[in-house]
Design a protein around this ligand. Structure first.
Ligand SMILES: Cc1cc2nc3c(=O)[nH]c(=O)nc-3n(C[C@H](O)[C@H](O)[C@H](O)COP(=O)(O)O)c2cc1C
Length: 166
């Protein structure tokens, strides 16, 4: 629990537009009824490996909120972007402490909503599996085949000076 709280502490210091902090986290530890509900919301391919995690965390963003100085709630355009920054900070802190994290976008939105008792105007961005690196031998064949370092596009594909035409 201390570790999880430390990870949320890292996440909560992420920057956000107007410092609105539109991220929310709902956690479930393995062996609890909530964990089973979270697992059941995942698509079967993700259930196969994610059920071995020590904890699952739902990263939720608030789509509509009342900004400081405003009197009424309004759609908040950067809710997903800001929640993404928070998740990245959580993942980096976990890595520094020797834990693995794996974001999971493959879930049933309706089941996730029910599992979390999600309030209106909230959006489930991802579930995050958190745990110690396991032995790939325990994985199904298709999942074991993925267990190799992943690459990234070169900077030349990603970066332009001035405009896309540049
Ligand atoms: C928003 C998001 C959704 C993802 N959804 C899934 C998923 O449903 N299942 C899965 O196995 N991995 C999922 N991933 C993990 C990515 O596939 C993984 O981060 C990517 O392939 C790069 O691999 P690496 O993080 O090991 O470098 C997701 C990652 C993100 C950021």
């Amino acid at each position: 629990m201390e570790t999880l709280l430390g990870l949320f502490e890292a996440a909560r210091w992420a920057p956000s537009a107007f410092n609105a902090q539109p991220w929310r986290f709902v956690y479930a530890r393995r062996g609890t009824p909530a964990f089973e509900r979270f697992v059941a919301a995942l698509v079967p391919g993700n259930q196969a490996w994610a059920r071995g995690a020590a904890a699952l965390v739902a990263v939720v963003s608030q789509e509509v909120l009342t900004l400081p100085g405003q009197s009424a709630p309004a759609p908040f355009p950067s809710h997903s972007f800001d929640a993404g920054a928070a998740w990245a900070q959580l993942a980096l802190q976990a890595y520094l402490w020797g834990w693995s994290t794996h974001a999971i976008g493959g879930f049933d939105a309706k089941l996730a909503r029910e599992a979390l008792a999600l309030p209106d105007h909230h959006h489930v961005e991802v579930f995050v599996a958190i745990g110690r690196q396991g032995d790939p031998a325990g994985l199904p064949d298709w999942a074991r085949a993925r267990e190799k370092p992943s690459d990234r596009r070169p900077l030349a594909d990603l970066v332009r000076e001035g405009s896309f035409a540049g």
